[in-house]
Design a protein around this ligand. Sequence first.
Ligand code: FUC
Length: 767
Amino acid sequence: MIQNKLFSFRGFPILFIWIVFTLSSCTKTQPVTLKLWYTHPATNWMTSALPIGNGELGAMFFGGVAHEQIQFNEKTLWTGSTTERGAYQSFGDLYIDFKNQDSIATEYRRELSLDDAIGTVSYQQNGVQYLREYFVSYPDKAIVMRLSTPGSKGKLNFTVSLSDARPGTNLEVDKSSIFLHGNLDLLSYEAQLKVLNEGGTLISDSDKLSIEEADAVTLLLVAATNFDLSSATYVTETAEQLHNRLTNSLQQATTKNYEELKAAHLNDYRPLFNRVQLNLNAELPTIPTDELVRSHKESLYLDMLYFQYGRYLMLSSSRGMNLPNNLQGIWNNNNTPPWQCDIHSNINVQMNYWPAENCNLTECHQPFLQYIATEAQRPDGSWQQLARSEGLRGWTIKTQSNIFGYTDWNINRPANAWYCMHLWQHYAYTLDMDYLNTIAFPVMRSACEYWFDRLIPVADGILVAPNEWSPEQGPWEDGVAYAQQLIWQLFSETTEAVQALQEAKIPIDEDFVIELTSKFNQLDNGVTIGPWGQIREWKEDKQQLDTLGNQHRHLSQLIALYPGNQISNLRNMEYADAAKKTLESRGDLGTGWSRAWKIACWARLLDGDHAYRLLKSALSLSTMTVISMDNDKGGVYENLLDSHPPFQIDGNFGATAGIAEMLLQSHQEFIQLLPALPTAWKSGYVKGLRAEGNFTFTFEWEEARLTACSIQSGAGSICRIYSPNSRIEAVKSMDGSTVEVTTDDENMYSFPTEKGETYILSLQKNI
Ligand code: FUC
């Protein structure tokens, strides 16, 4: 037993060189090609078309041979207003109709490369090789489509047209462009398509452009609305200003040729995507992705692909515009979509951001964080008005929200605390004090004040939230676990925020701190053990629903396990056992997002094999495209989009976060590597996972044991690692110098770090 002992090590040059070598040059550290691919065109938008996007602008391509359909979206295209819910809309479709081509082709392949965020369609016909490439450029704000015939000239003959998803709007065609524009309840919108042909001729018609005998053609599509979150009316530009902005933006893009546009896209995307790498030593599949999901669900390649697909989808749907991903991210082909494709606050929008920090895409968290900060502090905005209407300070929301601050359906008061968890999490991962002080803390404080005013005392002065619900079932009653656990999390994290700000000598109102401390001390923490050993979902359970075998999709009584941090095997085994009983009772099925949540919950209970069973359950092939709440219908479609059903993107993000949780956890003020490694992942390598405290981890394992690890410190904080399976013998910085390590007990190690430095661990098997 090594207890409370300081130890340091002299150099281990051979071991040190060996570790650096294994981390950089063995085959498992090599990037694996990540792509979805198919040998036939898509037949259905939801189940088989493939998504591309730049965070605001998105598209789904089908890859038809004689006819191509590229349906497109823009994140702000909403009907509704500040007083009416409305719905997220499809923007429209771009159609390419090939002349004299039938749909018979050989060597057909449709691909989506996650490494490059480029979709391709290729095939041969009458001795000609046809190639299409599609991407949505973040730097050039455009959907870029390229048609070519490598090795042949003058073979491209097609028409291109644009269709608005709302009938009766304006379409204009000039000699090389198509314009589409219209108005919704509050917003004006416009799309512009530019056709750039190399060789051949371009002829314009009243409703389309025809290309004849071209060598290659680039199509550039830009689209936007005049939505502006920072404006009191949610709109700033006139339709004319919007038109000018798009025209300029398209003009800028056309100054680059196709290769330059592609290079700018790759230079932007690749560094972000490549921050994280996961290698499970899997063979590259020789069968297409639909077959892989259908009959080789056990594939380790599928595990890696699905993990990285969540990161790809995050980069493609959550950059730029300060709005969170809706229920389908940004991809929607329906003007009356399920649940209006809204911002849904009782699990969905939060799950959309579960992988943002730990999967090294902190920038992608910003659209959600900025949205929360803006709406919570909007003078007289609906979130504050809701609290005022109850005679309370602060802010809160209901379950459904559009992008204009309008919120309705069941009130979801504790969602204010859940949103604040995201504000806090960004600080916990970055330690950005300026952000904490100016953006997160004022909003967290205001949410606390809401609860200071609303909580009521019950027996022994214990404080509970009155009249709450456990989404989406059961009676409204006092002290429901969902509310109590979320408020506990809010008070706990705000207390930590106060401490961090005070340590940084930032003054904080004393009265607030006194009220927070006293209310937190009296708060019912929402974690009580019920008659069959479960975590109780309701304090009273008036309708007696909290029974063994209740398999409701929501796991609201387990927020304290994940994404919260009150329940942990290492903190309180009694709570952990009760959480396990609850999870076992809920079962391994569920809607898409419910299965994803269970991956993370089992990972938090340190049960890698059960977490893995849930991952495979989440990867069940689903074909249903209409709403179903049945637990046996969830899974993925053949394009790997999550099926609630229907398509709901939360499950994609939730699964990615759950996989990360199997590999690294840092929610208990220390870091645990490989906390829930499944037996199936015998050996592997992961690069770039992030931990609270602003650390970036790269490590390898063999036979379930950590064999090499490097840590990059982004803020110079103390690094605490709990390592029960591998003894940390030494920590060295990159110049070879040894760092002093403290062990609190036999498995907990801590050492100081310097901002920007990288550290290498020397590891030995624990006997
Ligand atoms: C919540 C869930 C449903 C669905 C909907 C969009 O209400 O209970 O399953 O995901 O959001």
